[in-house]
Design a protein around this ligand. Structure first.
Ligand code: C5P
Length: 234
């Protein structure tokens, strides 16, 4: 069974990222390339990871006019990435254009959307003239994402159970803010363990520092995958 674990490769150079990846296997994890690494290492690194057999989530959160986002998604698909994302607040026309670009390119890349950044609380939303609560806004944007034909959303594990009920079994939920039992929280706040996130119905979890900064990353990966494997005799 393919792993539900996506490792956030938050490194500042290509070499650091490749040195870390050397010890992994595509059978045990997927990989996420975000802004820091992409800006430093570019599309060549993404192609390299794809060529090594990894499912790569290109986490560049596109947000622009529909035509520009569609073109960016087409370029990302040509790298062979497994998943990419846009901001749902770019609107349904933008999301539909992004999805159409992937359909037209006959790409099987999954397209998901960020609803509300977890760094945005009610006060921050108010300052950009959004009067709904963060929860309301997440729900509204997740529904818009689904109506626009996308495959899923990035969401917090706290929202997962509710969104799963609202949006059905097939909608993907990709969830950061995960810490294995006993791991350092770092700057993450509302945390869940991998097992809790699975019980809440998430499709994939994103874990960075608890793995990338571990003395023995493979042991942490193995434990997380074990924690997410359903118990055959519950
Ligand atoms: O190291 P850590 O496990 O906290 O890394 C989480 C990853 O998920 C980082 O790449 C971070 O940018 C990303 N992320 C997040 N919270 C969000 C969206 C993305 O932590 N709401």
């Amino acid at each position: 069974m393919s792993s539900k674990l996506i490792i956030a490769l938050d490194f500042s150079t290509k070499q650091q990222a490749l040195d870390f990846v050397k010890q992994l296997s595509p059978a045990n994890c997927k990989l996420k390339v975000g802004f820091e690494l992409y800006v430093a290492a570019g599309p060549d690194l993404v192609r390299q990871l794809v060529d090594l057999g990894y499912d790569v989530f290109l986490d560049l959160k596109f947000h622009d006019i529909p035509n520009t986002v569609a073109s960016a998604c087409r370029s990302a698909a040509s790298l062979g990435v497994w998943m990419m994302n846009v901001h749902a607040s770019g609107g349904d026309i933008m999301m539909q254009a992004a999805k159409q670009a992937l359909v037209d390119a006959a790409s099987s890349s999954k397209l998901i959307a960020v609803t509300v950044l977890t760094s945005m609380d009610a006060q921050q939303l108010k300052r950009i003239n959004v009067s709904s609560s963060p929860q309301e806004q997440v729900k509204q944007l997740a529904q818009l994402t689904q109506k626009s034909g996308l495959d899923g959303v990035v969401c917090s594990a706290r929202e997962a159970q509710y969104l799963r009920e609202q949006l059905g079994e097939d909608f993907l939920m990709v969830t950061p803010g995960i810490r294995p039992e006993g791991a350092d929280a770092g700057d993450q706040k509302r945390l869940m363990t991998p097992a809790e996130a699975c019980r809440a119905g998430v499709s994939y979890i994103v874990v960075g520092r608890p793995i990338t900064q571990a003395k023995n990353p493979l042991a942490v990966i193995e434990q997380i995958n074990k924690d997410m494997t359903p118990n055959p005799n519950p």
